[in-house]
Design a protein around this ligand. Structure first.
Ligand code: SF4
Length: 422
């Protein structure tokens, strides 16, 4: 290497083999499934370019400063990894998987460490640190109100199993955690709430603020341990991937918490007859595979099993492999730095739903539902959360008021940038 600073040299040393593995293969299949490439058609936003930059850094041809902004253009959906021939051919036998998501995260972290920050992300993370939850748009965010969504549900604090409610659902889409709580109660699942729930830290980690992310994780794990928690139920795929990947990396053998995504648990309740769905839902629906469930963690059967169990609902499926290229564009901080691209990606997703002649698009990711709903409104397609449908079919849904009086405008102190999270 020539003329490269020590931090970049260490980074290149760590990533050079991965980068050459991609650079030398020369295929272009990853571009076909990348949601960002699908709307920008800009080679600088391709998974290949993300790897080739490492090779160029090693050769001293580009600097971190030259390319850092390009790495904003990734939702961390994992599609390129699943479609990569290096994953497909070596995956089964050698357990190999191309690691574009980790590479993007590593470049973003290196950039932050070198003082190269994206303004929207910095503002978002600073606001999250200030109030311990993300600066959810359109509602005031205060730590004291993180469990207000559960008013009247009579849920205990702590216990062996708790429900972790992500920031968007806790402060804005409160109908979702209420639906989940009602479903779990109807299914006989005993659970409580955290004593003091902070953001999972995943968004900060995705934007490159690793130390900040870890502070959130350390608080949450300590809270779980102090209140006897052994199992955490998540309703948000972003939390699920943070708890099953980031926390494992942070805490190693000290991490002894079972993490369950609610679709897996509810499918089990329905399958075992512990939750009945007697109320018909007259809808023609298709399902949106959240990236972090399908492509990142391989969860695609349980939501389909649930949808097929809802009476009156005609389910027009698009299989989970076809959906490798589908995305809402809300992930990886893209919606904060490039809301225009999030809108374009969501619009493309709704075009695919419209081609099936459905009236409903069902999602299992609360963060995807704002941009998808915006795009759905233009096409007469309603975007519903899977758990809200289940609560309706089980006859246990309620209709709480929106939190914070649904105050319009930015959240918290008004300094939050436009866009979504993680
Ligand atoms: S993770 Fe998704 S958005 Fe990022 S480069 Fe791969 S396919 Fe594109």
């Amino acid at each position: 290497m020539t003329d490269v600073d020590p931090a970049t040299e260490t980074f290149v040393e760590q990533w050079r083999d991965h980068a050459y593995s991609c650079f030398s293969s020369g295929h272009k299949f990853c571009r076909n499934v990348c949601p960002v490439m699908g709307v920008t058609q800009d080679e600088n936003h391709s998974p290949t370019a993300f790897h080739a930059n490492v090779v160029a850094m090693e050769q001293g041809l580009v600097s971190l400063e030259d390319v850092a902004r390009d790495y904003v253009h990734c939702t961390q959906c994992g599609a390129c990894e699943t479609r990569c021939p290096n994953t497909l051919m070596a995956g089964d036998f050698y357990r190999h998987r191309t690691r574009t998501v980790d590479l993007v995260r590593a470049v973003r972290a290196l950039a932050v460490d070198n003082g190269i920050e994206q303004p929207g992300w910095k503002q978002w993370v600073d606001a999250t640190v200030a109030v311990r939850s993300e600066p959810v748009l359109d509602v005031p965010v205060e730590q004291e109100r993180v469990a207000d969504w559960a008013d009247g549900l009579d849920l205990p604090v702590g216990g062996g199993t708790i429900l972790f409610v992500d920031c968007e659902a806790a402060f804005y889409r409160t109908s979702l955690p209420r639906a989940v709580a009602r479903i779990l109660q109807a299914g006989g699942v005993e659970f409580g709430l955290m004593r003091e729930q902070w953001c999972c830290g995943g968004p900060a980690r995705e934007m490159g603020y690793v130390d900040r992310a870890r502070e959130f994780a350390e608080h949450n794990l300590a809270d779980w341990h102090d209140s006897g928690v052994e199992r955490v139920i998540t309703l948000d795929p972003h939390d699920y991937v943070s708890f099953t990947e980031d926390y494992v990396e942070y805490f190693g053998d000290d991490y002894d918490i079972e993490i369950v995504h609610v679709t897996e648990l509810v499918a089990e309740l329905v399958r075992e007859g512990r939750l009945e769905l007697p109320v018909p839902i007259p809808a023609v629906a298709t399902y949106h595979d959240p990236c972090r469930l399908n492509k990142r963690r391989g969860i695609h059967e349980s939501p389909r099993e649930i949808l097929r169990a809802i009476p009156g609902l005609e389910f027009r499926d698009v299989d989970h492999v076809t959906q490798w290229s589908y995305c809402s564009g809300a992930g990886g901080g893209l919606a904060i730095e490039r809301p225009d691209l999030t809108d374009a990606i969501s619009s493309q997703r709704l075009e695919r739903a419209a081609a099936l002649e459905v009236d409903t698009l069902v999602s299992a990711c609360v963060w995807s539902e704002r941009p998808l709903s915006k795009a759905g409104a233009d096409r007469g397609i309603e975007v519903r959360d899977l758990m809200e449908l289940v609560a309706e079919a089980a006859g246990v849904s309620d209709d709480p008021p929106r939190p914070g009086g649904a105050t319009p405008g930015p959240a918290g102190d008004g300094s939050a940038p436009e866009g979504g999270p993680a």
